[in-house]
Design a protein around this ligand. Structure first.
Ligand code: SF4
Length: 71
């Protein structure tokens, strides 16, 4: 699956980091690092992170993209 965070929109609220700490990490107060290709079995966790973001900065495509093809 693919995850994209609009870093211009992200305000560093860290709600995604609580929902999915393996895939979203806030360094300092406002620099977000994230996994752009988390495994599909983490879809529930990623969905919770997506829903938790108060500014809707996270978007995700919930399909298996491990074969390297761009959907
Ligand atoms: S919850 Fe949203 S605003 Fe907060 S750090 Fe995550 S992406 Fe950024």
């Amino acid at each position: 699956m693919r995850v994209v965070v609009d870093l211009n929109r992200c305000q560093g609220y860290a709600q995604c980091c609580y929902a999915s700490p393996e895939h979203f990490v806030l360094r300092g107060h406002e620099v977000l690092f994230y996994d752009p290709e988390p495994p599909l079995e983490k879809a529930g966790e990623i969905e919770r992170a997506l829903q938790a973001c108060p500014v809707r900065a996270i978007s995700a495509e919930f399909s298996d993209t491990t074969d390297g093809r761009v959907p």
